[in-house]
Ligand binder design. Structure first.
Ligand code: BES
Ligand code: MN
Ligand code: MN
Length: 463
């Protein structure tokens, strides 16, 4: 039986196994879910063992990360002379809140109109699981693998991935491969095979303003500095009304996409109103109008506030001047910007615009470098060809506004061409309530990966 026939015959079982993985609430940022995160790791390790992978192990991470969730590693390296693929994915998920907006509970995976709904369905358990099921199908079809395979699956992607960054930098020999496959992005449109060739980086920060020793009766207003007013002032200075970032020097570093790439973006099938309505769900599309929408999404930096904590948020009213206010805020970095330089400029600017009478502290929580993938290599070309065969349409190359911290490290430390073959859809609600994964994409994604692996298996390894 061919590997694809095996995958088709086992679709229901694959889906049931994915559901079991999705029931584990592996929320990496929440200390209360430490054991669940580990449980997801051991479940994956057992599955890799079961399908025939070797050297299956949990690798404890030694980054500076406070969370410290293990990496899952496995390999099978007996296809002499054949290429080696490194599969990357993450088994951690974002927090599911607000819970009352989920139609069915986040950790009770439910099928509805051709989709599987659950936290992690598409980001990234469902997509990472496609790699495992593709490899299982190859084992079933050939009794062995036609190429060498390594898996490196992390549990801290959603919190910045410091552990894996440290591991990749310090153990390059353990990860030797010809190319990496990452399925953690989405297709540009339903049914349109897509390879992602660029990601933004990020600095995630916490800004803390202190205005007094302790909270005060707001009758002192007019004389007393107010931490919340000051914080609001600072946050509002970072962009102007048109969305242009005001931090000096930030935009100078940005590497603009070349004419050919800009051209290819213009021919993507895209309806702005449809995007506004069904993806953003907003009244307008905003941003720095000197740039096209795709430049703003994929090739320009951003500043966004994620939450503000402190002060009085109870029912009713309390006349208080809060002594302390904290905001979580991040910047996305465009290619050529660096996290260190951006954070330095960001914190200097915050100090500069901080109103008199309060003290502000800016802390870096995590960061990721941006990445751009060269498309002039045989692995990308083979991936595009395989996607085109499976989906019956020409594969498009796009970038993404999100970040996957390890992709930059795989390039820098392992010199690996990264193939970002993602099968999510733009309206999959990742990081939001009612996250879903299109079932058809789960199954065709497995077939795409299979076809790609079989098409490159007869190539010579370069290393
Ligand atoms: N899978 C996403 C990244 C992504 C999102 C790629 C949308 C393409 C389209 C990933 O899990 C993610 O959410 N990454 C974080 C990284 C951050 C915590 C450093 C992100 O982008 O916010
Ligand atoms: Mn992801
Ligand atoms: Mn994510």
């Amino acid at each position: 039986m061919s590997a694809i026939a095996f995958a088709r015959q086992n679709q229901q079982r694959f889906l049931d196994e994915l559901k079991a993985l999705l029931r584990i609430p592996s929320i990496s940022t929440d200390p209360a879910h430490r054991a669940d995160v580990r449980q997801a790791a051991t479940t994956l390790a057992a599955e890799l063992q079961r399908i025939g992978m070797e050297n299956v192990q949990l690798i404890e991470t030694t980054g500076t990360s406070p969370t410290g969730h293990p990496l899952v590693y496995a390999d099978w390296l007996h296809a002499e002379g054949a290429p080696t693929v490194l599969f990357y994915g993450h088994y951690d998920v974002q927090p599911p809140e607000p819970l009352d907006e989920w139609i069915t509970p986040p950790f009770e995976p439910t099928e509805r109109d051709g989709n599987l709904y659950a936290r992690g369905a598409v980001d990234d358990k469902g997509q990472m699981f496609m790699h495992i099921k593709a490899v299982e199908s190859l084992f079933a079809a050939h009794g062995r693998l036609p190429l060498n395979v390594r898996f490196l699956i992390e549990g801290e992607e959603e919190v910045g991935g410091e552990g894996i960054a440290h591991y990749v930098a310090s153990h390059p020999a353990n990860l030797q491969a010809d190319f990496a496959v990452v399925s953690d992005t989405h297709m540009f449109a339903p049914g349109l095979p897509t390879l992602c060739i660029g990601l933004r980086g990020m600095i995630y920060t916490e800004i803390e303003v202190r205005s007094a020793r302790a909270d005060l009766h707001s009758g002192y207003g007019g004389a007393a500095p107010n931490s919340f007013n000051a914080l609001a002032h600072i946050l509002s200075r970072i962009k102007d009304e048109s969305g242009k970032i005001q931090i000096p020097g930030i935009l100078d570093a940005v590497l603009a996409p070349d004419a050919a790439e800009l051209d290819s973006w213009r021919s993507l099938p895209f309806d702005e109103q449809e995007f506004r309505e069904s993806v953003l769900g907003s009244q307008a599309i905003v941003g720095d109008s000197r740039f096209t929408l795709f430049e703003r999404l994929w090739a320009q930096p951003t500043f966004d506030v994620h939450g503000i904590r402190g002060g009085f948020i109870g029912e009713g009213a309390k006349t208080v001047i809060p002594a302390k206010a904290t905001a979580k805020a991040s910047m996305r970095l465009a290619p050529n910007m660096t996290a260190t330089d951006t954070f330095r400029r960001f914190s200097e600017f915050v100090q500069q615009v901080c109103p008199a009478g309060v003290a502000v502290e800016v802390r870096l929580i995590h960061s990721a470098e941006p990445s751009l993938i060269a498309i002039d290599n045989p692995w990308i070309r083979a991936a595009a060809a395989s996607m085109t065969e499976v989906w019956g349409r020409e594969t498009v190359f796009v970038r993404s506004g999100g970040s996957i911290p390890i992709v930059g490290d795989l390039q820098r430390h392992l010199h690996l061409p990264c193939i970002m073959m993602g099968f999510g859809l733009p309206d999959d609600n990742l990081h939001a309530p009612n996250e879903k994964f299109c079932l058809q994409n789960f199954h065709l994604g497995i077939e795409s990966i299979l076809r790609f692996l079989e098409s490159v298996a007869s190539r010579k390894s370069a290393s």
